[in-house]
Structure formats: C-alpha cells, structure tokens
Ligand binder design. Structure first.
Ligand code: CO
Length: 435
C-alpha cells in the first residue's frame, strides 16, 4: 500500500467517523478547505473574487459549494463541477422527543429520514448529533452538538416471541424502532429527559433552547476490514466518501483555465427539493455570482454555463456475492474495479453517451479503471442529484460513484481502492481542459 494511498484511506475513515450528520460533514469540510487556503464567503455579503482564488460558501450549515476561480475566460472555459450529497438515511428525533410507556420505559420518539434499512439500527449503541438553535442574550444562534456516547439502543424482539423473524424481517416504522433511553424517574416530566442530556453535555440552559434538528448515529466507529484491510465498513459511505474524494481532489488540483467547483448538497435522500438541496437555485446563484463578480455580462454567463460539464457523484451498487442475480447479466460492477458510470434509459441517472465520455477520458488520463452499471428491467433502482442538477443548470451530468454493498445500512461496505481511484479521476477531471 503506497504512502499516499494510506494517507487518503485514513483521511477518509476519519472524515466518515467525525461527520455523524450533514452539519458536521460541512463543518469538517470547511476545516479541510480552510487549511488548504480556501476562504469562506458569506451568501449575505458582497464577494470580491480573484483569478485563481479559492473560496467556499456554506448554506444552512448542511450544504457547501467550494470553488477555485479559473485563470482563463470563464465564458469559454466554463465550470468543471462535481456534485455530491452530505446527508444519509437515519433516524431523526421528533418534536415531542420522548415517550414514557405504562411499564416505565422512556423511549425516544423518532422519525425515519430517507430510505434507511431499519433492521440494521437494532441492537447497536446509538449516539446523538445535530444542531440546536439557542437564544443567547436575545439573539438566536446555532450550535452544532455531538454527544458521542452510547446513550440509546433499539433492542430486538427475542426469537421466542417472533419465530418467523428470519423469514419475515419487516418492522413497523412507528412502533418498533423507538430507541430505549432510560427507565422512568420519579418527578421527571417526559419533556425533561432529552433536555437534561443536552444541558449536561453542552451546558445550554433548557430555557434558552428554541429548537433542534437531532439525528441518531452509530456509536461504534468505521473500520478497515478484509484479508488485506482492503475494505471499509462504516456509516455514511453514501455519500460522504464522494464528498471526501471531491474535497481531496479540489484541494490538490492546480488552478486551471476553467473554474473548478465542488457542490455538496443536503437532502438528497429525501428528494433534494429544499433550499440547501440540489433541486434548488443554490448552485446557479453561486455560478452566476462568480461570473458577475469577474465582470461578465449575462451573455458571458450563459456562454460559461453552456461550456460547462458536471459529475453527479453518488455511490453505485456492486454485484453482491450472495445476491448475484440482482444485477443485469451484462452490467456487473465489482468492489475494487473502479468507479462506476450509471446509466438509465428513463434518466433516473443523468448520464448521456457524451457525459460518460468526458468521465471516461478523465479516468484514462488518471490511469484508473472504470465500470458501467444499468439496472435490470424489473428493478426500479434509485436516483441521485444528477437529474435535478442537470435539469436546473442545463449543464450535462454524468452519474457515477464508487461501487458499494449494503447501501443505506447503518454500516455500508466498500473497497478503499474505489474511493482512491475516484479521487484520481476527479483530479484529472478538474485539471483537464474543456471538451
Ligand atoms: Co447517495
């Protein structure tokens, strides 16, 4: 294993472990960018950009667009955009956070976020992270919190009461996934269990807490596994591994003629139509501001957009060793075989022959292998930010991603080599010229 590869693999695992929510993924990305000389811009303030300058802007603390201004004429060179997402499926604390049963159990009241494989959340220590809105001296402020302690658990029903569990694995989303937090304490109201934990861990007074967005996450950390430690088993590989590969490529890339852009959106797992999601004006606003800031007219801006390309980076399905018939007979990406270009005739992936070709060229320049994926006709499969991204911007997109197993499990499973191949392909894409 080369030194660079080792460094990338360790950095990736650290990023996954340190980023239990989209808020933390953006905070940690901002730290990596700042360390590499990127300056934060505020949406609410005037920008003053320089050619070759490195910048990023954060939206809602859960999405981020980072870019290096190109040295050439943007109207001719366009933008080289990589898009990915910061959110992951999971369990979110509802307003009315706790419920107390007649038997005296205190349970967290949770809502399912995105398409989580719920069974994987059982019998695992769960911790809590997200953001709080607090009132400090009459001003509303946002505080990120991470209570990195194993405070919750969703115990399974024993096999003796559920004899056909192994044959019928379904669970009820309202009644069966509420994590146990405590036994009832005399004189404690149900509203007080969560606020006491928050106060104990953050020092924030209950009276100052206005609202929260809190998610459960797996307390146990991600690890490398496999005979040669070539695999990675961790939470949130979808899609933080692509965010991290994009971040690494963007910080390593030499400023080129065109603008290099990394867009990490929130809310992909719930359809992307939010202010901080891909199906919003966020990216277009930033592209427009870059152009106007460089003194370009509308005419120049529209030329720049027309000369741009994008990559929608989200993970792909590797052929599963135990379910090999779930893939099309001729389209069978495997772990370690390189990033996967994803096709869909119904355009649930945005790839066209042309957009695939520019990604293939980047792989070839980088010397990395690539694979192709299309669903079986009798399996609908998923979607990505690709269709929204290219529809809104009119910039062609190729949908691609590293192949993984166990997508949307609390622990997903991939090969480190694919993430590293992806980083190298992204670097070649950023540094390459216009098509
Ligand atoms: Co994804």
């Amino acid at each position: 294993m080369s030194k660079n590869y080792q460094k990338f693999a360790e950095g990736l695992l650290q990023y996954l472990n340190d980023s239990p929510t989209a808020f933390h993924a953006v905070e940690n990305a901002a730290a990596i960018l700042t360390e590499s000389g990127f300056r934060e811009l505020k949406e609410t303030e005037a920008w003053s950009l320089e050619r070759g300058g490195r910048y990023f802007v954060v939206k809602n603390s859960s999405a981020m667009i980072a870019f290096t201004v190109g040295k050439g004429d943007p109207a001719k060179e366009g933008f080289h955009i990589i898009g990915a997402h910061t959110d992951s499926p999971g369990l979110k604390i509802k307003p009315g956070a706790c419920t107390v049963t007649p038997d005296g159990y205190v349970k967290m009241n949770v809502e399912v976020y995105g398409g989580a494989i719920l069974q994987t959340w059982f019998d695992r220590p769960l911790a809590l992270a997200g953001r709080l809105i607090v009132r400090e001296e009459g001003v509303l402020r946002e505080k990120l919190v991470q209570i990195d302690k194993p405070v919750f658990m969703i115990p399974n029903l024993c096999i003796h009461f559920n004899r056909d569990k192994n044959e019928k694995g379904s669970c009820n989303r309202q009644t069966e996934i509420l994590p146990l937090f405590s036994m009832k304490k005399e004189g404690v109201e149900k509203e007080e269990y969560l606020s006491a934990l928050l106060q104990e861990e953050t020092g924030i007074e209950v009276a100052d807490l206005v609202d929260y967005e809190l998610f459960l996450y797996e307390y146990q950390k991600g690890i490398f596994t496999g005979q040669g430690q070539e695999f990675i088993s961790a939470s949130r590989i979808d899609d933080l591994s692509m965010v991290y590969a994009g971040l690494t490529a963007l910080t390593e890339a030499e400023a080129g003629a065109g603008c290099q852009v990394l867009a990490a959106f929130d809310n992909e797992e719930v359809g992307s139509t939010t202010a901080q999601g891909a199906n919003s004006g966020l990216l277009l606003h930033v592209l427009n501001r870059i152009c106007k800031n460089l003194g370009m007219t509308d005419e120049g801006y529209f030329q720049a957009v027309a000369n741009s390309t994008s990559i929608s980076a989200d993970l792909a399905h590797a052929v599963h060793p135990n379910y090999s018939d779930k893939h099309d007979t001729e389209s069978r990406p495997v772990l370690g075989g390189g990033p996967v270009i994803k096709y869909s005739a119904s355009q649930r992936y945005a790839t066209t022959a042309l957009s695939a070709a520019y990604f293939v060229e980047a792989c070839e320049r980088a010397g990395v292998p690539y694979q192709k994926f299309v669903n079986r006709n009798d399996i609908a499969g998923g979607s990505t930010i690709g269709p929204a991204l290219s529809g809104l911007t009119t910039i062609p997109a190729v949908d691609m991603g590293a192949p993984i197993l166990a997508m949307h499990s609390i622990r997903e499973f991939g090969a480190v080599a694919d993430m590293e191949y992806t980083r190298r392909a992204f670097l070649a894409y950023y540094e390459g010229g216009r098509l």
